[in-house]
Design a binder for this molecule. Structure first.
Ligand SMILES: Cc1ncc(COP(=O)(O)O)c(C=O)c1O
Length: 430
């Protein structure tokens, strides 16, 4: 960064500060990861200079020989990874990907049946604070038993029969178990809904074969971010099954035409020019996810999460669903330590462990100071940590929460966190 260092020392200083923060601390935010130096290089490439509205072979600007090639490559790799008919790699992030699907399939006032937000669903699945909630009618399903995490499929069917949703949405950002996609698909067929899976959190685990692929159960659409377990640049993507045709020509609203409806919804319906540096970086990340080493990585993410969950429970913590089958866990901090998730997040910040507060099912506390804390293992697994390190981190989390008033202990814990962090370099940071 020799140029930036001289032309804009202020921004340079902030980037260097963030590098140090990442290097010296432990990242347990379940939705974060560290990209490879190759992904960083593609992100910082001259593709950022290029406008390319449209799709490969059908653009509104000239000079597209390399943008067409790189977007086509990203699309082909995405299709192979998810084993589907079509991929749109242009959504700028996870939220725009979901919104583009809603606009592709719904009319104002139509209903979507998705997971309750405090039970693990995401804001973009129709939280009342989103614009989408003003346009569409979002109704909810929940877990039947928060001790096991089993979704209440009887209730889901009841609500579906009553509300006649146009989309049944599987997907979550704080659910540690795996949904029964076959049951959801059967209910959707019964009421004439299409099925959409927002796999933002677990896309990497799906493409590695560690978790089930909703397409294997007849799902119509998968939306995902590309920057979580998939370990690519910040961005979104929509995968679908159906007939692929010219995205710039209108088609009838049928399930078969979903790929084209989605393309048209992303552009020109919703977004302008795609961010081609990001598309190039997605292509690189998808290439990395195709390698056998990615399977090993994904398996280790889950092994690490299980070890961390086990240790936290051994240390007396209460976890929602009493464990995990994926990369994340949600701790009930009120039951574990008698304080809310925001306070635990702040205590852990003090010792260099970064986490995110989270609601627990039917949380009586407000979202900004909720009862829970979400922890995840994708990032520290990228740095090479294994089960024994996860158990050590779990002990630090518990010690810090118990000893929160003892600054001497917190200082000692921080020193230990930094020492271990330095043994596991962050990709791309010296
Ligand atoms: C399930 C799910 N969907 C969508 C999103 C939104 O993604 P983004 O923040 O990239 O817009 C997230 C982000 O956390 C998520 O967890």
């Amino acid at each position: 960064m020799s140029s930036l260092k001289t032309t804009d020392p202020q921004v340079y200083k902030f980037i260097k500060g963030e590098e140090q923060r990442q290097k010296l601390g432990m990242e347990l935010i379940a939705s974060e990861n560290y990209v490879s130096p190759s992904v960083l290089e593609a992100l910082g490439s001259v593709f950022t200079n290029k406008y390319s509205e449209g799709y490969p072979g059908r653009r509104y600007y000239g000079g597209q020989e390399f943008t067409d090639a790189v977007e086509s490559l990203a699309i082909e790799r995405a299709k192979k990874l998810f084993r589907c008919d079509h991929a749109n790699v242009q959504p700028l992030s996870g939220a725009p990907a979901n919104i583009a699907v809603y606009f592709a399939w719904l009319e104002p006032g139509d209903t979507v049946l998705g997971m309750d937000l405090t039970h693990g669903g995401h804001l973009t699945h129709g939280s009342p604070v989103t614009h989408m909630a003003k346009l569409f009618n979002f109704v909810r399903y929940k877990m039947k038993d928060v001790e096991t995490g089993e979704i209440d499929y009887d209730e889901l069917r009841k609500v579906a029969r009553k509300e006649k949703p146009k989309i049944i949405l599987a997907g979550f950002s704080a659910y540690p178990r795996e949904p029964d996609y076959a049951k959801m698909k059967a209910i959707a067929d019964e009421v004439g809904a299409i099925t959409m899976a927002d796999m933002a959190h677990i896309a990497g685990l799906i493409v590695a074969g560690v978790l089930k692929n909703p397409f294997d159960f007849g799902f119509n659409i998968i939306t995902t971010t590309t920057h979580k377990t998939l370990r690519g640049p910040r961005g979104g993507m929509i995968l679908s099954m159906g007939k692929v045709s010219n995205p710039l020509k209108a088609v009838e609203k049928t399930v078969e035409n979903l790929p084209t409806l989605i393309d048209r919804s992303v552009f020109p319906g919703f977004q302008g020019g795609p961010h081609m540096n990001n598309t190039a970086a997605k292509a690189v990340a998808f290439g990395e996810a195709m390698k056998p080493s990615f399977k090993v990585y994904a398996r280790q993410i889950v092994k690490n999460a299980k070890a961390m969950a086990d240790e936290l429970m051994k240390q007396g913590c209460k976890l929602i669903t009493n464990g995990t089958d994926n990369h994340l866990m949600v701790m009930d901090c009120i039951k574990s330590f008698g304080i809310d998730g925001k306070e635990v997040e702040q205590i852990l910040d003090k010792i260099g462990i970064t986490t995110s507060k989270s609601t627990v099912p039917d949380d009586p506390l407000p979202p900004f100071a909720p009862s829970g804390l979400r922890l995840g293992t994708p990032a520290m697994t990228t740095r090479g940590m294994k089960e024994k390190h996860m158990r050590q981190i779990a002990k630090w989390v518990v010690d810090a929460a118990h000893e929160r008033k003892n600054s001497k202990v917190l200082k000692k814990l921080k020193k230990e966190v930094v020492e271990m962090s330095l043994q596991f370099p962050v990709p791309g940071i010296k």
